[in-house]
Design a protein around this ligand. Structure first.
Ligand code: FE
Ligand code: FE
Length: 189
């Protein structure tokens, strides 16, 4: 499938705002990839498809995960939304013919991060937070960082923003996010 064919397919499956968000993430990811010397084609592809399983309702996501042999952790039982990342990674292969492991991994990790994130993983995580359609308190600051500081420094700011939000809601924290954030902090020490 070409990128244009993927866009046509994606536009049919996602609601318009989600489709626009996906295009925005692809654009933001390409910009970051250029800045950090990462393959821009992979960044575009991962950005475009990162939310390709986002149309599944919550209960369906659990079924889809089991059906694909994806391990559903206790936290994902409670917040099935998080599964759109690994389920999307699997669908990127089946439905859109993606075979690139780096792209598949970046899609799988875009929501909560993970241990040993690659530069592409980091770029997709961050592009998802700052793409042009995003609007939340603090987004402008994160957009500025995307042009100034290192990828790890950006990612730390992104994790902090996410965790601050979760804390303010007294919400559950995914352990993979904590692991990924600790790794970044130790690298920056
Ligand atoms: Fe997502
Ligand atoms: Fe997204």
């Amino acid at each position: 499938m070409t990128i244009e064919e993927m866009k046509t397919e994606l536009a049919k499956r996602l609601k318009p705002s989600r489709y626009e968000h996906s295009l925005g993430v692809a654009r933001a990811a390409v910009k970051l990839a250029e800045r950090f010397g990462v393959d821009t084609k992979k960044a575009e592809l991962a950005g475009l498809l990162h939310d390709c399983a986002r149309e599944f309702p919550q209960d369906k996501l659990i079924d889809e995960a089991y059906h694909r042999g994806i391990i559903v952790s206790p936290i994902e039982q409670v917040i099935p939304f998080m599964l759109h990342a690994p389920v999307g990674a699997s669908r990127a292969g089946e439905l859109y013919g993606v075979t690139d492991r780096d792209v598949i991994e970046a899609i799988a990790r875009h929501t909560v991060g993970g241990k040993g994130m690659s530069d592409l993983d980091k770029i997709i995580y961050y592009a998802d937070m700052i793409e042009e359609n995003r609007d939340y308190p603090g987004v402008e600051e994160l957009r500025k960082l995307a042009e100034t500081v290192s990828l790890d420094e950006m990612l730390l700011a992104g994790f902090d923003q996410t965790l601050a939000f979760v804390l303010s809601k007294h919400g559950l924290m995914h352990p993979d996010t904590v692991v990924a954030r600790n790794e970044v902090i130790m690298r920056l020490m």
